[in-house]
Design a protein around this ligand. Structure first.
Ligand code: NAG
Ligand code: NAG
Ligand code: NAG
Ligand code: NAG
Ligand code: NAG
Ligand code: NAG
Length: 378
């Protein structure tokens, strides 16, 4: 439903339209409110009646036009099955070859020191074996005054659309952490959009948060087919302190609970019709998402997604371009800091804790089984 003002021509609201009544020549005696018709001269009363009639006509015409507009608004999109074929499978000892290491200051202003590739390898903050790739935060430095060492990797390849399957054995958590697996274009944010697929803060026991961040004109206020809980419907980065339009999963969708279940498979479909996400237990994903199944995956057989961002009030195709896959572990920053004590009851101050409590970060690691990317010609 559009706001009322959209139903009037050139953005005028009923209030501003009513100011067409000539106020300038009115009797402005101090005892008479300028809005009290009893104090008005007769000719102004007639003029006011005519203005009111014109206003009513304008409102009726605008309402008819408005209802035509709402009919021409796109309907809930058609998510028909696409013929996906495997484009990339990133796993094994070459996993990190697909990424650049971000080692300049944190664009998100967290309390972190992102190290370069050589440092990450020599300190084992990234390590790729045959069956897992690890990306972790340092858990040794007991005096990390300028932020704890950690890693942020950005895929060299970028994508406009596709089906992205993140098969994850262990998700990082712990007071002060702010980990994510997400997509964005580092050279055009938020112009080319941001898709947060796996993200949380601190103890990571309040469910996975899935969110979009965009430039203007992208909202999620219409019908959605999803099982998650809505946290904000305006994706524009200029609203709500850039909280984005988010959907929360159950507590088992992230953190210790997910890890104890053997990890999770996070699937995200990006297409013009919309963006949808599913989360499955690693032990029992749909057959077509099993690690070595070469079948074309068909999301229409997976049941309702946990998050659905349809294109109804957001032109997904124009808001999301050149998306790199990014994985990182940040610390503190605006989100983790703001709920550090209030929601998570973490001790002391976030930055003190991160600087000094090295061993608290032993659980702060990603263990990736694989990233698979499927594309379609359609
Ligand atoms: C799906 O795409 C593949 C590769 O492009 C093609 O070989 C196959 O015939 C397509 N299948 C269908 C059902 O369209
Ligand atoms: C690096 O990390 C991996 C994964 O945790 C571990 O198996 C390996 O032993 C570590 N290497 C060193 C030198 O610590
Ligand atoms: C939103 O993005 C614009 C454009 O890059 C930027 O100038 C602005 O600071 C951003 N606002 C927030 C709250 O991130
Ligand atoms: C691959 O997925 C299809 C569709 O779910 C399923 O029928 C088939 O058994 C799976 N194959 C393997 C090897 O898991
Ligand atoms: C996407 O990236 C390519 C290569 O860097 C660039 O030429 C193109 O303009 C970018 N597209 C958008 C929409 O930013
Ligand atoms: C380190 O962790 C312990 C145990 O959680 C806590 O009591 C202590 O306050 C923490 N130290 C700092 C500097 O935050």
């Amino acid at each position: 439903m559009q706001e009322n003002k959209a139903f009037l021509p050139d953005g005028t609201s009923p209030e501003t339209a009513y100011q067409g009544a000539p106020m300038d020549n009115m009797d402005m005696s101090p005892t008479t409110s300028k809005w009290n018709p009893k104090g008005w001269q007769k000719k102004w009363k007639i003029t006011a009646v005519i203005a009111a009639v014109i206003l009513i006509i304008v409102i009726i015409v605008a309402a008819v036009e408005g209802s035509k507009n709402s009919k021409s608004k796109p309907d809930y999109p058609d998510y028909h099955a696409l013929n996906y074929t495997l484009e990339d499978r990133w796993q094994g000892t070459n996993f990190f070859d697909n990424f650049d290491y971000h080692s300049s200051p944190d664009p998100a202003n967290g309390f972190v020191n992102y190290v370069d590739q050589a440092t990450a390898i020599s300190t084992n903050l990234t390590y790729a074996g045959d069956s897992s790739a690890f990306l972790r935060a340092d858990s040794k430095d007991t005096d990390a005054k300028n932020g704890r060492n950690s890693v942020r990797i950005t895929s060299k390849k970028q994508f406009h659309s596709g089906l992205f399957v993140f098969d994850i054995k262990h998700t990082p958590y712990g007071c002060g952490t702010w980990p994510a697996v997400w997509m964005a274009d580092p050279s055009d944010w938020p112009g080319n959009g941001e898709i947060d697929v796996v993200e949380t803060v601190n103890q990571g026991n309040t469910g996975n948060q899935m969110a979009l961040h965009t430039s203007k004109n992208c909202q999620m206020k219409s019908r959605r087919a999803q099982t998650g809980t809505v946290h904000g419907t305006n994706c524009y980065n200029g609203t709500n302190d850039n909280a984005g339009c988010a959907v929360m999963g159950a507590s088992s969708s992230y953190g210790a609970e997910a890890n104890d279940d053997g990890g999770a498979v996070y699937a995200m479909e990006l297409r013009d019709a919309g963006i949808r996400m599913w989360i499955f237990n690693r032990d029992s994903p749909p057959g077509d998402l099993r690690a070595n199944n070469d079948t074309t995956p068909d999301p229409s057989t997976w049941g309702l997604p946990i998050a659905d961002f349809p294109s109804t009030d957001c032109d997904i195709g124009s808001h999301f371009k050149n998306q790199s896959i990014i994985a990182n572990i940040d610390f503190c920053g605006s989100w983790a800091n703001s709920v550090y004590t209030s929601q998570f009851k973490c001790p002391g101050k976030c930055e003190d804790f991160v600087a000094k409590n090295a061993t608290a970060f032993e659980k702060a690691y990603w263990e990736f089984a694989s990233f698979r990317i499927y594309s379609t010609d359609e």
